[in-house]
Design a protein around this ligand. Structure first.
Ligand SMILES: NC(=O)C1=CN([C@@H]2O[C@H](COP(=O)(O)OP(=O)(O)OC[C@H]3O[C@@H](n4cnc5c(N)ncnc54)[C@H](O)[C@@H]3O)[C@@H](O)[C@H]2O)C=CC1
Ligand SMILES: O=C(O)[C@H]1O[C@H](OP(=O)(O)OP(=O)(O)OC[C@H]2O[C@@H](n3ccc(=O)[nH]c3=O)[C@H](O)[C@@H]2O)[C@H](O)[C@@H](O)[C@@H]1O
Length: 471
């Protein structure tokens, strides 16, 4: 069976993955028409806005959209039409952790994947290659196939591929232009392999062939969960060591450097921090824990669960350090929190450690002022309301102020807490900040981005993660 040459692509889900991924495909494949669809009208309007006020802050993304939109890249809420026209459909919808029912708190909520799949089955009038782009538990592709085959019309065949996405927010465009690998999983049948070749040919327009890996469907699905679990595991490992450093006087930077120089370990992803955030690490590990339990592998489940437990411990430990250092009470004190996004160069706050820190400070009855260069006010209020469901928003707003700059946020504060590693926090005028603060002026560097010695020369009392030194 000869591979189909892909001419029209539909991407269901115009979020952090669907948007950048398919915008880059459109840019790199001018001969393919790409339509990104979503049920969320406001999101699609933003992608289509005349001034390119796109819904995601991601360095380089606006330039890609500017070059391709209106030529071979389109954004629409007309999901049915885009499905009907496409030869290949990416399903790139959200797969959050289930909040209720069986597996609540661990398993992935596949409701969005299922409804997108059912829509494809309901409206498709010709054969399609359906690509699972969302991160999903093993064997989801099989469920998708069952739904599609049970509902398809005569003459329509569906081939299902798994093509998980490995981009990281903040570097998404770079990651998509030059991926370490593109992974495509398919059934090992003649039809499956042929569909796999069709998708591989799309990526081959800009990705070197040796970086396009083709594997079985289940290996592909599990590899995505495994990659995130192993990345998060490195952070929990270095954070666990940071606690030992603080207790012994060792320096976590020196330890990470020494360990990372072993070429078998490697230097990347060994930055101790206040804890990892983001929409996927915790979700995907919990998913792996659930899978392990479902497979009656309790030791395996416990092993991976510990990565998340350690991350919770790290966040809690940091909040406690702030309270302990500020003379065991922060009640009524002003704390400036710099950064609210889960990492630099994104406006995304999903599972951001900053949310946990602010919640902890509010529970200690501190007053908190937050500054983040990208996160919108409405998002901060939403996140804090969700983190403190029993506290009315008006009450939260009595204790929390949002500031337009780091300097404004720091005014009259007792302590500045770095929660996100935004570059601008390295470059701001720390002497000016010191001059506006109450004395003694404390800095808590939850991202290890500041030069503690320089800050001490200004007069600050500095606490960083993973160093047992005195203030
Ligand atoms: N955010 C990230 O950096 C990465 C995310 N992933 C995975 O990619 C998937 C998508 O993640 P994000 O893009 O972050 O989610 P997102 O929440 O930003 O976007 C998902 C979009 O899908 C839309 N949607 C849901 N059901 C729909 C339907 N039936 N029809 C049309 N549109 C529908 C939603 O309205 C939403 O705009 C998840 O499975 C995630 O685990 C994978 C790699 C990186
Ligand atoms: O599946 C996903 O969603 C994606 O999850 C992560 O990407 P992302 O969450 O966007 O960002 P990361 O750079 O991995 O950072 C995650 C968190 O870990 C923290 N981190 C990262 C690295 C480090 O050394 N230390 C550390 O604390 C970051 O500050 C951030 O809070 C993975 O890196 C991507 O490969 C994957 O595609």
């Amino acid at each position: 069976m000869a591979p189909v040459t892909v001419k029209k692509i539909c991407c269901i889900g115009a979020g952090y993955v669907g948007g950048p991924t398919c915008a880059v495909i459109a840019l790199r494949c001018p001969h393919i028409q790409v339509t990104i669809v979503d049920l969320n009208q406001a999101r699609i309007d933003a992608w289509n806005s005349a001034d390119f006020a796109i819904p995601i802050y991601e360095p380089g993304l606006v330039d890609v959209v500017k070059q391709a939109r209106g030529h071979n890249l389109f954004f629409s809420t007309d999901v049915d039409r885009a499905i009907q026209e496409a030869d290949l459909i990416f399903v790139s919808v959200n797969t959050p952790t289930k909040k209720s029912g069986v597996g609540a708190g661990f398993a992935a909520d596949l409701n969005y994947v299922e409804s997108a799949t059912r829509r494809i089955a309901a409206v498709a009038t010709s054969s399609k290659i359906v690509v699972e782009k969302s991160t999903v538990p093993c064997r989801t592709a099989e469920s998708m196939r069952t739904i599609l085959e049970a509902n398809s019309k005569a003459g329509c065949r569906f081939d299902i591929l798994s093509n998980p996405e490995f981009l990281a927010e903040g570097t998404a465009i770079q990651d998509l232009f030059s991926p370490d690998r593109v992974l495509i999983g398919s059934l090992q049948t003649e039809e499956g392999k042929s569909a796999c070749q069709s998708l591989a040919a799309v990526y081959a327009n800009w990705v070197p062939k040796e970086r396009i890996l083709t594997v079985g469907l289940w290996s592909s699905e599990l590899s995505k969960l495994a990659a995130n679990a192993m990345l998060a595991q490195r952070i929990s490992s270095i954070n666990a060591l940071s606690a030992i450093c603080e207790a012994t006087g060792a320096n976590i930077d020196e330890v990470a450097h020494a360990v990372g120089r072993d070429s078998r370990v490697g230097p990347k992803f060994l930055r101790a921090s206040v804890g990892f955030g983001g929409s996927c690490f915790q979700k995907d590990i919990l998913n792996l824990v659930y899978l392990s339990e479902s497979l009656h592998l309790p030791e395996v489940a416990a092993y991976w669960r510990q990565v998340v437990t350690m991350n919770e411990y790290q966040k809690r430990r940091f909040s406690k350090t702030v309270v302990d250092t500020l003379f065991n009470t922060i009640t009524g004190k002003n704390i400036a929190v710099l950064g609210f996004a889960f990492k630099a160069d994104t406006g995304d706050t999903r599972e951001s450690p900053a949310i946990t820190l602010v919640r902890d400070f509010l529970q200690e009855r501190a007053r908190v002022t937050i500054y983040d260069p990208q996160v919108e006010a409405a998002q901060i209020w939403l996140d804090l309301s969700e983190a403190m469901p029993n506290v009315p928003l008006e009450q939260i707003q009595k204790q929390v102020t949002l500031a337009p700059t780091a300097l404004e946020a720091s005014k009259n504060s007792e302590a500045v807490v770095i929660a996100t590693e935004w570059n601008e926090f390295r470059e701001i005028d720390w002497t000016a900040i010191y001059n506006t603060m109450e004395k003694p002026a404390f800095v808590f560097d939850g991202r290890m981005i500041l030069n503690a010695d320089e800050l001490r020369k200004i007069g600050f009392k500095v606490t960083t993660i993973g160093r047992g030194e005195r203030l």
